[in-house]
Design a protein. Structure first.
Length: 128
């Protein structure tokens, strides 16, 4: 299973000493370089930094080609990476990010266009 993560879920779980839940539930996680840099930025608590840096189940890859999704750089990179690698799951907690991901979601395999047609893809109210 290919799973991509944004910064917030990993950071918050590390802060409450529950980062080990991620590999227990989904196995390995792939993150773009931008997310990694946000996780280890100056000011991150030492215990959180140690937990993240010692997580051998996190794979850091180069950022995908940038596009403006109207989100912060980490969320944008995570969503674009999930699309690029056709991830089965995206760990993200911001509502706008989830809505953008639904809008960009890959169509069912039998469709050849990227036009959202499935009912769950039509929820696109970004002002909510």
């Amino acid at each position: 299973m290919i799973v991509v993560a944004d910064t917030s879920p990993l950071l918050h779980l590390a802060r409450i000493h529950k980062l080990d839940l991620v590999p227990a539930v989904v196995g390995r996680v792939t993150i773009p370089r931008t997310v990694w840099n946000e996780l280890i930025q100056t000011g991150t608590r030492a215990d959180v930094l140690e937990a993240i840096q010692s997580a051998d189940w996190i794979d850091v890859v180069d950022d995908p080609v940038a596009q403006d999704l109207g989100l912060d750089p980490g969320e944008t990179a995570a969503i674009l990476l999930a699309e690029k690698v056709r991830a089965e799951a995206l760990l993200i907690d911001e509502r706008r990010g989830r809505l953008v991901k639904l809008t960009w979601a890959a169509p069912p395999a039998h469709q050849t266009t990227r036009r959202p047609t499935h009912a769950r893809y039509r929820r696109r109210n970004f002002d909510a």
